[in-house]
Design a protein around this ligand. Structure first.
Ligand code: NAD
Length: 357
């Protein structure tokens, strides 16, 4: 099948970007230019299955490198840019916020500028078709009390350097629509989980520790509430917004799965008890260990995903129970992927596979 569209995907060696790239390549009708700086969160192992596919072009580089992005846009003439590239871990943003400002704010700004230069010189048809889709988070909206849900018009109240940097990038994206007419789309999504997630995030960290019989650290009393979405459902939502979203609009994406952190960890423990009947660490719940809470820890996030459902017909396919089971099975079947992250061997040895174009 000949590709009918070309996407410049940024951050496509990360968790969500990697799942998105693999899905697009499997579809067969899409050529991908995958620009990733391969920070600690970028992992070429994730892209093993598409590494040699003719529709996949991996490029090692930063969204902040204007000359490189200009070159890639001119050479590949993408129909859209999908911006996943970011520093994404809240705890790291508390310890060292600077990289978050550099990539999430300045990097997005440079990418928008490159997109604007490219888009304004396109012929009419290509100009009308072009989209800039910015992938963002529900964390920009701040923290909720026991009731209510974030809608697309909830005021921004970010509380961590991570969410503040994403909020800032969202504002820039919005401004490029209102000021220059750049056809942007923004998605604000809740917590993702699924294959290929770096084991510093809650679900893969807990699976990794539980399998090794190590403590399962839960912040505070574990009562912070998050909404959880299986990563493939998020990728389908992005696809749908790209296809049918209205330029300038924001779409909230969520899984209708509000759970406390403690209940997520307990559900994982119970699944591991079932799927690893010979484990010496059963019952895995005995490994749960409450630790000092994160500073500024938001209490509750909840997404109202009614707009994307009613306007674009997207709803999640997985419940938390089915998505979590798939995820745990994936980590059990891919312990080598996790091990190579934990011992650092995923970094460095294959950087030579990146090309400059
Ligand atoms: P991730 O940390 O797993 O991946 C980020 C990727 O971006 C990595 O491959 C990294 O190498 C790359 N990158 C970092 N700086 C770069 C730069 N300057 N230029 C090019 N590439 C760069 O993140 P993720 O969890 O896959 O999240 C992807 C996007 O989705 C982020 O923008 C994040 O804010 C957003 N998001 C994530 C979640 C979630 O639960 N993980 C939820 C909602 C929104």
């Amino acid at each position: 099948m000949q590709p009918t569209q070309t996407l410049l995907v940024t951050g496509g060696a990360g968790f969500i970007g990697g799942n998105f790239v693999i899905r697009q390549i499997q579809r067969g009708d899409t050529e991908i230019v995958n620009l990733d700086a391969l920070t600690y969160a970028g992992n070429l192992d994730t892209l093993d299955s598409v590494e040699d596919h003719p529709n996949h072009n991996f490029v090692l580089g930063s969204i902040g490198d204007s000359a490189l992005v200009d070159y890639l846009l001119l050479r590949h003439q993408p129909t859209a840019i999908v911006n996943f590239a970011a520093e994404s871990h809240v705890d790291r943003s508390i310890d060292s916020p600077e990289a978050f400002i550099q990539t999430n704010i300045l990097g997005t700004f440079q990418l928008l500028e490159a997109a604007r230069r490219y888009w304004r010189n396109l012929a009419d048809d290509a100009r009308n078709r072009f989209r800039f889709l910015h992938v963002s988070t529900d964390e920009v909206y701040g923290s909720l009390g026991p009731s209510g849900r974030f809608t697309e018009t909830t005021p921004y109240q970010p509380n961590s350097p991570y969410s503040a940097s994403k909020a800032s990038s969202d504002h820039l994206v919005r401004a490029y629509f209102h000021t220059y007419g750049l056809p942007v789309l923004t998605t604000n999504c809740s917590n993702n989980y699924g294959p290929f997630q770096f084991p510093e995030k809650l679900i893969p960290l807990m699976i990794h520790n539980a399998l090794a019989g190590r403590p399962l650290p839960v912040y505070g009393d574990g009562s912070n509430v998050r909404d959880w979405l299986y990563v493939e459902d998020h990728c389908r939502a992005i696809e749908r917004v790209l296809e049918a979203g209205t330029p300038g609009e924001v779409y909230n994406v969520g899984g209708n799965n509000e759970l406390t952190n403690l209940s997520v960890v307990q559900a994982l423990c119970d699944l591991l008890d079932e799927l690893c009947p010979d484990s010496p660490h059963r019952p895995h719940r005995q490994l749960i260990n409450f630790v000092t809470d994160r500073p500024g820890h938001d209490r509750r996030y909840a997404i109202d995903a009614g707009k994307i459902a009613s306007q674009l017909g997207w709803v999640p396919s997985e419940t938390f129970a089915t998505g979590l089971r798939k995820t745990v099975r994936w980590y059990l079947d891919h312990q080598n992927w996790c091990q190579r992250v934990m011992d650092g061997s995923y970094r460095g040895e294959r950087l030579g596979t990146g090309t400059a174009g």
